[in-house]
Write a protein that binds this ligand. Structure first.
Ligand SMILES: C[S@@+](CC[C@H](N)C(=O)[O-])C[C@H]1O[C@@H](n2cnc3c(N)ncnc32)[C@H](O)[C@@H]1O
Length: 198
């Protein structure tokens, strides 16, 4: 199978940094699970399907690699074309929502996080791995500087987006961070409160 441009440029990061984080975080998913922005399916081999009742995979564009991925026959996997900003699901539905390396490129980050929160069951879990704007001055300037060009070649990926700050104000009651790579990538497990104040 031909590898996509994205997979080729991500391979060194994937091997050195990301796959361990995926293994540790994505493998926690249980019950009814939604993955948003699956791309070429980098997370699929990290799910423990014996703990999953149904996996819904939503992306703006479903790629061949994901559609062709082998998963256990008995497992209900649904592929849904749609946008993180307007999820076609009812409130309080999912036990887990998984998002990795997607929030940097959504058009409306607040709306997307609001939708994640809405579709999670009370007490449900949001697992994420995202890149953040580095605090290191040199990297920070570099990321700011190359974002206008990078987002054109990397599907609207904003290297300068402060995604973690948005997640921290999205209503989750606990967020446990998982150090993926100091200053560049962060992972986390966020819990929707059991009782949501209206
Ligand atoms: C950089 S890829 C990440 C793929 C994979 N999650 C990973 O960890 O490698 C970003 C994916 O998010 C999808 N995407 C971008 N904006 C989206 C949106 N607003 N709603 C749903 N999916 C979106 C893209 O189509 C792409 O497949």
């Amino acid at each position: 199978m031909m590898r996509s441009f994205y997979d080729v440029i991500m391979t060194p990061l994937e091997n050195r940094i990301l796959s361990r984080a995926r293994k540790n975080l994505v493998s926690r998913a249980r019950g009814l699970v939604l993955e948003i922005g699956a791309g070429t399916g980098a997370n699929l081999s990290h799910y423990h399907f014996k703990h999953i009742d149904q996996l819904d995979i939503l992306d703006v564009s479903l790629q061949k690699q994901v559609l062709g991925y082998a998963y256990p026959d008995h497992l209900p996997v649904r592929f849904i074309q749609g946008q993180a900003e307007a999820l076609p699901f009812s409130d309080d539905l999912y036990d887990y929502v998984i998002i990795t390396l997607v929030l940097c490129s959504v058009t409306d980050l607040n709306a997307s996080l609001g939708e994640v929160f809405r579709v999670l069951k009370p007490g449900g879990t949001f697992i994420f791995i995202e890149h953040v704007l580095p605090e290191n001055k040199f990297l920070n300037h570099l990321f700011q500087m190359i974002t206008p060009i990078w987002k054109e070649v990397a599907h609207n990926c904003h290297l300068n987006r402060e995604t973690l700050k948005f997640i921290e104000t999205a209503g989750f009651n606990t967020i446990n961070l998982y150090p993926v790579h100091k200053d560049i990538f962060v992972g986390g497990i966020a819990q929707k409160p059991l009782m949501v104040e209206i």
